[in-house]
Design a protein around this ligand. Structure first.
Ligand code: SF4
Length: 220
């Protein structure tokens, strides 16, 4: 909303600017609580989008994941690791998706014995519909200045990386946990980080969450 030619200030803005007022003392606890609320909201949005299409949340996640991966081929074990659930959970969801004609199994290129998963045309169309499941969050994020978005992305990537080290999540494929990643290799540049594999600078917005060339950095 615009008031007197100036954008209206969000009610939280003064407290955010002063920092100490909002984050005094128990900053970590408040941040963890806020992240937990966002996480619950996202779970609810996915459940709603999936349920409206006769899917369970894990079935929707599988369709979205297969859509997002351009090659369209993933193994059950890989998906189970990616989602942090038991292989049997993914197997059951894949079997349901096959019965619905949304996913099919086929031989993996280069390894005739391995079976991989791909979307059917119907599955692809449903996955395109589902892709808008997190629109309410993305609309809110779009309102933020780009500097705040880059800062938030960097923070979240570091948190995910740290939680991986703690063994709390198994997501892989992120630049920040990759042996080729050179953080802050170009200080002061618009693209301050570097990928040694691509030999290319990376801006925060270009950091990957699921790079197929990712190789884990040595521990420690
Ligand atoms: S190989 Fe991929 S994950 Fe690793 S630094 Fe380069 S772009 Fe990032």
């Amino acid at each position: 909303m615009v008031q007197g030619g100036r954008a209206a200030r969000h009610p939280l803005e003064p407290a955010v600017r002063e920092g100490r007022e909002l984050l005094s003392g128990e900053a970590e606890e408040k941040l963890a609580g806020a992240l937990e609320r966002v996480s619950r909201a996202l779970e609810g949005l996915l459940r709603e989008a999936a349920g409206a299409r006769g899917l369970s949340p894990i079935q929707a996640r599988i369709l979205l994941h297969l859509r997002h991966r351009g090659d369209g081929l993933r193994r059950v074990g890989e998906l189970a690791r990616e989602f942090g659930v038991a292989p049997a959970t993914v197997s059951g969801a894949v079997a349901a998706l096959e019965r619905k004609g949304l996913v099919r199994r086929r031989s993996s290129p280069g390894d005739g014995r391995a079976v991989a998963l791909a979307l059917t045309p119907r599955g692809g169309a449903l996955a395109r519909e589902l892709a808008a499941w997190d629109l309410p969050l993305r609309r809110r994020l779009a309102e933020l200045p780009s500097g705040q978005k880059e800062g938030a992305l960097w923070l979240l990537l570091r948190l995910i990386d740290g939680l991986q080290e703690e063994g709390a999540i198994t997501v892989s494929g992120m630049c920040v946990s990759c042996r080729y990643f050179r953080p802050h290799a170009h200080p002061g540049a618009a693209r301050p980080h570097h990928c040694a594999l691509l030999d290319a600078p990376l801006g925060v917005g270009e950091l990957r969450l699921d790079c197929p060339d990712h190789e884990p950095a040595a521990a420690g």
